[in-house]
Design a protein around this ligand. Structure first.
Ligand SMILES: [Zn+2]
Ligand SMILES: [Zn+2]
Ligand SMILES: [Zn+2]
Ligand SMILES: [Zn+2]
Length: 481
């Protein structure tokens, strides 16, 4: 295959990937199998072979050490090399059950014994050991990993354990277990040697997906000219700058200076903006690359300024509100309350609206469907401003929900004789166009993932919509004849 990326090195990123040729939207950049997969730091124990969550002891029939869900386990992650190496150790399978946080660091450490090349490549990843030394996370790993391994007679010094844990914290990707994750504790971490070299940008140029074998696929989510850096967003793109930047600063040891972080309005999306108490326009952070809540916030219209700490208080208060409802009516009440202080596109409002959209999916009354349509349209307009590229999971899902509500509405209207055949057909065609755009965004999702399943449902829905539309067209031609 033609080379898609080259590895470069500079002061800011260390090693990073650059496009070796022009890449079209959707074009494959990288496919990679994980070096290792394991539980998160505070997660539960799992089958070494298939990652199934395990609450009771059951071990590999060969080494007797690795946790394994059953003799018939279909996984492939517990390799023969790992099995051999583990079998020579004193560690017992119940030790993994008692301290699941040692599973992933130990799996990586075992590479030292059976795959020197991979081990060397792993150690080349950034660990930020200096910055982490004697910080709270250092002590968590000392107690949780190093002390435990020592007690189990694993031959390793503390600095190496901290290096491994640092590499894992900084470079690993959150991956979903084969069996749909229900709690954050069940989420896993995967190490991908090449994907870990992608630099960060809050407006990334890649789309990343992981299939049921944990194989990762990275594609261009827009046109990438040869020579451009390959970027992935390590933070949550639906969060405001303060949240994203904090996550990156604390967990990844850098301050992002991308175009979105450098712009108080976040690319005119006003995702973090509050309402100006004087003129009702929007206030945004004046110096977004500094500490967001200690710098001033300024109104874009009347130039009134307020202190960042006041903004922070408002945000904290709003965050407490958004989960405090048990039905749709209460959610609407909270939304109204939030709209008094937060800008209409604020990320906290966006989160509430997303939850309301899924809640509204359970209703089929006209009012509720219309409400769902309005919320979907508001959400989509903000998502478009955030520039997620031509392939965006967020947009794919929101557009799917919009098409569903639109086709439902016009179907009900036709059934109640509120619209004629012509209008019904028009409505269905509009829904089809929205659905086609949704499918374009979901095209590359692995079949086994929730988004992949949504893509298949979308395909079926399109078939049904097309069928109904051509039936209606036939009726119309007959009418004319
Ligand atoms: Zn298993
Ligand atoms: Zn084994
Ligand atoms: Zn950024
Ligand atoms: Zn103002």
């Amino acid at each position: 295959m033609e080379l898609t990326t080259v590895i470069k090195r500079n002061e800011i990123y260390g090693r990073y990937l650059v496009a070796a040729k022009d890449l079209k939207p959707g074009e494959l950049i990288l496919k990679e199998c994980p070096l290792q997969v394991g539980p998160q730091t505070q997660a539960m124990a799992m089958c070494f072979n298939c990652t199934l969550y395990m609450a009771s002891e059951r071990s590999c029939e060969v080494c007797g050490k690795a946790l394994k869900c059953s003799v018939n386990c279909k996984g492939k992650l517990h390799t023969r090399e790992e099995c051999d190496t583990l079998s020579r150790m004193i560690i017992k399978s119940e030790d993994f059950l008692k301290a699941p946080q040692i599973i992933l660091p130990l799996r990586c450490l075992l590479l030292k014994q059976y795959d020197a090349k991979k081990w060397a490549e792993f150690l080349e990843l950034e660990s930020h050991l200096k910055e982490r030394k004697d910080s709270p996370i250092w002590f968590i790993h000392k107690e949780g990993v190093y002390d435990v391994l020592k007690k189990l007679n694993v031959d390793v010094d503390e600095e190496l354990v901290q290096t491994i844990c640092g590499i894992l914290d900084v470079n690993s990707f959150e991956v979903r277990p084969l069996f749909a994750a229900t709690t954050p504790q069940e989420c896993l971490r995967g190490v991908y040697l090449k994907a870990a070299l992608m630099a960060h940008d809050c407006t990334p140029n890649t789309h990343l997906s992981v299939d049921f074998t944990f194989e990762m696929t990275i594609r261009a989510n827009r046109f990438i000219p040869a020579g451009e850096t390959i970027f992935y967003n390590y933070a949550n793109g639906l969060q405001g700058s303060a949240e994203r930047r904090k996550h990156l600063h604390v967990g990844k040891y850098f301050d992002c200076t991308c175009k979105r972080c450098g712009d108080g309005t976040e690319l005119q999306s006003f995702l973090s903006s509050l309402i100006c108490t004087s003129c009702k326009s929007l206030i945004s952070c004046a110096e977004p690359l500094k500490d967001i809540y200690s710098s001033d916030w300024i109104c874009g219209k009347c130039s009134k300024t307020i202190k960042g700490n006041l903004v922070e208080n408002t945000i904290n208060h709003s965050k407490e509100l958004i989960n405090d409802y048990s039905n749709l009516q209460e959610a609407e009440g909270i939304l109204e309350k939030l709209k008094v202080t937060l800008g209409p596109n604020h990320y906290i409002i966006l989160e509430l609206k997303q939850n309301m959209i899924s809640l509204l999916g359970n209703y089929d009354g006209e009012l509720e469907i219309k409400r769902k349509i309005a919320l979907c349209e508001e959400l989509i307009s903000v998502l478009r401003l955030l520039d997620f590229g031509d392939i965006s999971r967020h947009l794919g899902i929101a557009l799917y929900e919009l098409h569903k509500a639109k086709s439902q509405l016009v179907y009900e209207a036709y059934n109640c004789n509120l619209v004629d055949v012509c209008q019904y057909l028009e409505g269905l065609q509009e829904a089809q166009n929205i659905l086609k755009e949704s499918m374009k965004h979901l095209l590359y999702e692995p079949k086994c993932s929730p988004e992949g399943k949504l893509a298949q449902r979308a395909m079926n829905d399109l078939r049904v919509l097309r069928g109904t539309s051509s039936d209606l067209e036939r009726i119309l031609t007959l009418d004319c004849a």
